[in-house]
Design a binder for this molecule. Structure first.
Ligand SMILES: Nc1ncnc2c1ncn2[C@@H]1O[C@H](COP(=O)(O)OP(=O)(O)OP(=O)(O)O)[C@@H](O)[C@H]1O
Ligand SMILES: [Mg+2]
Length: 674
């Protein structure tokens, strides 16, 4: 595909720092892909000297494939294209000695983190959920801002700050002794290391000779520092971004980092792209007009020469059930009339819980769909169980994982045994696993208790030896010796649920096999590496890509960043949902602005048609409320909107009945195959 002049100049500028600043759909990501190929083909870089950072694993994989398609797989091999977190993991893996970490560290996901924090802070926070959430966010912010527990303590002013900082300190100490890292550590540790250790810094500057970053507007302070350290004064890098699409300030993202670049790299070449190649003129105009209501750091223009396109439909439904039914009915009839594929449709929403009703209606109508970006797969109990086994196999110090599996399936290792073991382990400063081998002579446990415990840990110990030599075989042995399938059938609410769980476990096993084996684009991994990559959800998204199945795409707007779909539906365009209630309550303009950017991101995912939906009634915290349509609907150019509620003579009740009848008609007319 030919690039336009601005894109071409962004690709060809390789002698200094480069920022591509442009609106949605203007080909920023395309510039990155083409530039990687250009660096290798024209500028003589080797693939392994180039690193590119994208926002999701899915985007990383896609980028690798695109470059491989241009250059050939052989030439593309060794390219480091990943998320910030995977890049951080890579650095930590290679520098674990300098970091004084054992090489078999495991990763905590947010649930593990919460569980540990809850336990550690019980004396201070008394399991107060709100405080616990605040603490979790605070720790994350501290880490993203590169503030150590010590510094947090020193700068704490209020009593609450002091308690939080103290909890942060406890958490830090405990995670280190468990030999685990959380997600924020994956950025913080390498960043601090590169700042403080010149030798390591130079090693990475040597290794990564050119760095590219997509979705730059969503980097936080520690990520920005990491970029700065890697590129050093040579400053061979290209970052691309759009300040109007910054939607992660709640995770510490700093769109000001765009302005910082200019300060830190005075010879920064700023290139603007102004042509949108994605959306119809109407969709683009609506998006531009909406975002014009936000203050701007940078001036940007965006035009397109794609046709005008259809009006933007605004659906008004009686309630949420009806909204789901209407959207699905619209989708079915659109697909029938236009002869399209399911995968051309995306249904987007503000928060994960909104997917529930849509899922139900899609299922009832046997429409294939896929939810991406969510944590759903890895949050499933069966997957967490097996992951916990794998974590203990690779890192016997991971007490959190140990506690999860000790009685799954049931092994008659009772709470008293575990409590005594816990106290003993603490007094000896040992992990639960290794304490179980030393607790015998203390007489703390009865011989029956000790027998049950040691039967388990001796077996685990053997298995982890086995895992060192034959990782995949050992996982197979694990699954059969704990008889996990039968356990699932025993404990699942229904036969069907059990079958699904068994399938999930098999899927995990299959992915694991692929990772241990490697492929044309990825080197084979060790079990520890594979387990850590799983926790980062690398494989999940990759597995989904490979299926490339014909499925309707469901995701939050946050997860849709960077993607595009022919036909887009956005649910819940209401005050209280988008903008979110918190942003309305707090009455801070910045919060509303972020919500507006979120709406902008959602709208600009659409290529051909866009449908916005709102409900007249909705259940919220056990009450039925009557939300107003989102203020963002009023901000859109009204000539381009097709408001059902303003045009139709039907009452919402009548529309609901019609919608249901329509759905029933469609169902009767197009029975699904299977
Ligand atoms: N020069 C071009 N000619 C034709 N199509 C193009 C050109 N540049 C980009 N495109 C197409 O336009 C679409 C948007 O490109 P891309 O995803 O790179 O935009 P983006 O700026 O990264 O968008 P976002 O801000 O949403 O991440 C893609 O389908 C891409 O293939
Ligand atoms: Mg992009």
């Amino acid at each position: 595909m030919k690039l336009n002049d601005a894109q071409q100049s962004a690709v060809e500028f390789v002698t200094g720092p480069c920022l591509v600043l442009a609106g949605a759909g203007s080909g920023k990501t395309r510039v990155i892909t083409n530039k990687i190929a250009h660096l290798i083909r024209v500028c003589g870089y080797e693939a392994r000297q180039i690193a590119a950072v994208t926002f999701t694993n899915k985007a990383a994989r896609e980028m690798k494939e695109r470059v491989a398609a241009t250059l050939g797989k052989k030439e593309a091999r060794g390219l480091l294209i990943s998320t910030f977190h995977t890049l951080g993991l890579e650095i930590i893996k290679r520098e674990h000695k300098v970091l004084e970490l054992k090489s078999n560290f495991s990763l905590f996901d947010d649930q593990d983190q919460l569980a540990l924090l809850k336990e550690l802070t019980e004396p201070f926070l008394k399991e107060d959920k709100t405080l616990l959430m605040q603490l979790t966010n605070r720790i994350s912010r501290w880490k993203n801002d590169i503030i150590s527990p010590k510094l947090a303590l020193e700068s704490a002013l209020s009593q609450e700050d002091k308690i939080f900082a103290h909890c942060y300190q406890l958490y830090e100490t405990q995670t280190r002794s468990l030999n685990v890292l959380d997600f924020d550590d994956l950025i913080l540790l390498p960043t601090k290391l590169l700042i403080e250790n010149q030798e390591v810094r130079e090693r990475w500057q040597q290794k990564i000779k050119y760095l590219l970053v997509d979705e730059y507007q969503d980097t936080n302070t520690s990520q920005y520092q990491l970029i700065k350290m890697i590129v050093g004064t040579r400053a061979r890098f290209t970052v691309v971004g759009d300040d109007d699409q910054s939607i992660y300030s709640w995770r510490g993202a700093q769109p000001q980092n765009m302005a910082l670049l200019k300060r830190d790299f005075p010879n920064l070449n700023v290139i603007k792209l102004e042509q949108n190649y994605r959306s119809t003129a109407r969709i683009l105009k609506a998006a531009n007009i909406l975002i014009a209501n936000n203050p701007h750091l940078f001036d940007k223009k965006l035009f397109c020469d794609i046709e005008q396109g259809e009006q933007i439909k605004v659906l008004a439904s009686k309630n949420e059930e009806n909204e789901a039914e209407r959207v699905v009915a619209e989708l079915i009839s659109h697909r029938f009339l236009q002869n399209t594929d399911y995968k051309q449709y995306a249904i987007l929403y503000r928060s994960n819980h909104q997917s529930r009703l849509i899922e139900k209606v899609l299922m009832q109508n046997r429409i294939p769909y896929k939810i991406s970006g969510g944590t759903s797969f890895f949050a499933r109990a069966e997957i967490k169980d097996i992951m916990a086994y794998l974590r203990v196999l690779t890192n016997s110090e991971d007490d959190t994982a140990f506690l999860r599996i000790v009685n799954t399936p049931r092994r008659e290792i009772g709470p008293t045994t575990l409590q005594k073991l816990g106290e003993f382990a603490k007094s000896q400063q040992k992990s639960l696993f290794s304490a179980s081998f030393d607790i015998g002579p203390t007489g703390l446990l009865t011989s029956r208790q000790l027998g049950a415990l040691q039967q388990f840990t001796i077996w685990l110990d053997k298995l982890s030896e086995h895992a060192k030599n034959e990782p995949l075989e050992s996982v197979k042995t694990l699954l059969t010796s704990i008889n996990y399938d039968s356990w699932l059938f025993e404990t699942s609410p229904s036969q069907k649920a059990a079958e699904m769980r068994v399938r999930n476990v098999n899927q995990l096993y299959e992915w694991l096999g692929e990772m241990l084996k490697g492929d044309e684009l990825e080197e084979p991994m060790t079990l520890t590496q594979a387990v850590n990559r799983f926790t980062l959800r690398d494989m999940l998204e990759r597995g989904e890509d490979e299926q490339d199945a014909d499925q309707v795409q469901l995701m939050t707007i946050h997860a849709s960043k960077g993607l595009e779909f022919d036909f887009v539906y956005i649910l819940g365009m209401e005050e209280g949902i988008m903008p979110h209630q918190n942003s309305i309550d707090d009455n801070q303009p910045e919060l509303i602005e972020e919500e507006r950017r979120l709406a902008y991101v959602g709208i600009t995912r659409a290529k051909k048609t866009l449908t916005l939906s709102h409900c007249l009634e909705r259940r919220s915290m056990g009450e039925v409320i009557k939300p107003e349509p989102s203020r963002f609907l009023a901000e859109l150019p009204q000539d381009d909107l097709d408001w059902e509620s303003k045009k139709a003579k039907d009452t919402p009740q009548q529309r609901m009945e019609k919608g249901q009848a329509h759905l029933a008609m469609l169902k009767a007319k197009f029975p699904k195959k299977g």
